[in-house]
Design a protein around this ligand. Sequence first.
Ligand SMILES: [Zn+2]
Length: 118
Amino acid sequence: MGKVINALNCKCPNCKEGKIFRDGGNIILLHIPEMNHRCPVCSYKFERETGFFFGAMFVSYALAAAEMITSLVVFWYFIDFSPLSVFAIIVVIAFLLSTINFKLSRSFWIYLFYKNKV
Ligand SMILES: [Zn+2]
């Protein structure tokens, strides 16, 4: 459970203290979060090889799909908005959560392939 919390907080999988991202980004200003290449505390290299984060795209897709399906169920079935309103709400939610998805998908991807060096 601790690993999940550390991944959600975007902490280094090696020392659990260093931050994976330098800044959180700002979707309103269209600013993508910037990553540290290495952990500022223990120098663990986050990008294991060139193109390592390509696979994080699939995690991001899964997160976005889960958020969209949840929004659909909540706003269509429970609140009973019109289909066009639901579509607009889903587009806005997907846009606003895109930086969070970016950070979480990379963090999950790093944790997925982290092997403890004992
Ligand atoms: Zn570290």
